[in-house]
Design a protein around this ligand. Structure first.
Ligand SMILES: NC(=O)c1ccc[n+]([C@@H]2O[C@H](COP(=O)([O-])OP(=O)(O)OC[C@H]3O[C@@H](n4cnc5c(N)ncnc54)[C@H](OP(=O)(O)O)[C@@H]3O)[C@@H](O)[C@H]2O)c1
Length: 276
């Protein structure tokens, strides 16, 4: 090989190594969040909020067909999003998504356990037992798995924040909603208990308790005739439904390292519902 060619090859290698080191360290330096069920509603608004603030954002859904539309929506906003298929009822899948995220980005800073379902609103004796089993699987076991495997990774870096989605139904009884209330009370219990477990290990664990927010989960109840919109608005002293951005802002606040003394908090974002 001619001397000039060898020198050029050496230069190309140096440039490549420098660029590679720079890109890896830049990636490792930035923060990473996983948001389960983040292609719709509160989860999507939360994903946008974190992406706008420079996070590596990993959003999950059970449906792989949602990936392209989600990525295009983010791209149109000048944002990026990573996508993983995940059913939170499957413990091994939850573990794998968290481990793959850490392998790619170096660490997990924030875990938002957002996936949740609301089935069969009825007074208790008229409810279907299977609806409760399904909600326990998704709303409770899914959150538990997300916490468990996120904590295992966060312990390796001595830090992180977990934000769970509770509800006003996790702090109160609501008419014809006892099953859902039970699952969201369990989320409050998991949040407070684990916050104490890891309070001295740099892992903060909090939850938001939204009032009624205009998303698919609520729209289904409205469509089923369980509630009318003005009735739901009226249960909030502000006399309106919440916006998904209201909840995304609260989740971001709880996750922010600035708020390092906040753990075990259930943040009401409910237009005054719990002030009555
Ligand atoms: N909207 C409200 O008024 C309100 C009030 C209080 C609390 N919350 C809570 O806020 C959270 C977000 O709800 P939302 O209102 O934004 O409703 P949503 O738009 O229906 O979002 C729920 C998400 O959960 C995901 N999901 C459901 N089952 C899943 C499973 N087995 N595995 C993985 N993901 C699953 C869905 O994702 P895929 O279908 O793509 O898998 C969906 O994106 C829920 O935990 C809900 O209980 C909502």
């Amino acid at each position: 090989m001619a001397k000039a060619d060898a020198a050029k090859q050496e230069w190309d290698i140096k440039v490549f190594i420098t660029f590679y080191k720079f890109s890896v360290t830049e990636e490792m330096k930035s923060k990473t969040v996983i948001i389960t069920g983040g292609t719709t509603g509160i989860g999507k608004a939360t994903a946008i909020k974190f992406a706008e603030n420079g996070y590596n954002v990993v959003v999950t859904s059970r449906d792989s067909r949602k990936e392209t539309a989600l990525k295009n929506e983010f791209k149109a906003k000048g944002l990026e999003v990573d996508f993983k298929v995940l059913d939170v009822r499957d413990e091994e899948q939850v573990q794998a998504v968290i481990q793959e995220t850490v392998a790619k980005y170096g660490k997990l800073d924030v875990m938002v356990n957002n996936s949740g379902i609301s089935l069969g609103n009825a007074v208790l004796a008229e409810t279907e037992s299977d609806d409760l089993k399904q909600m326990l699987d998704t709303n409770v076991m899914g959150v538990y798995y997300g916490m468990k495997y996120a904590i295992k990774e966060m312990l390796k870096t001595n830090g992180g924040a977990i934000v769970n989605l509770a509800s006003i139904a996790g702090l109160n009884g609501l008419y014809a909603t006892a099953q859902y209330c039970a699952t969201k009370h369990a989320v409050v219990g998991l949040t407070k208990g684990a916050a104490i477990d890891y309070a001295q290990q740099g892992i903060r664990i909090n939850a938001v308790a939204p009032g009624a927010i205009k998303t698919d989960i609520l729209q289904n109840a409205i469509d089923a005739g369980t509630y009318d919109v003005s009735g739901i608005e009226a249960i909030h002293p502000m006399n309106r439904l919440g916006k998904v951005e209201d909840i995304a802002n609260g989740i971001f606040f709880l996750a922010s390292a600035e708020n390092e003394f906040i753990t075990g908090t259930i943040l009401n974002i409910d237009g005054g519902y719990n002030a009555r």
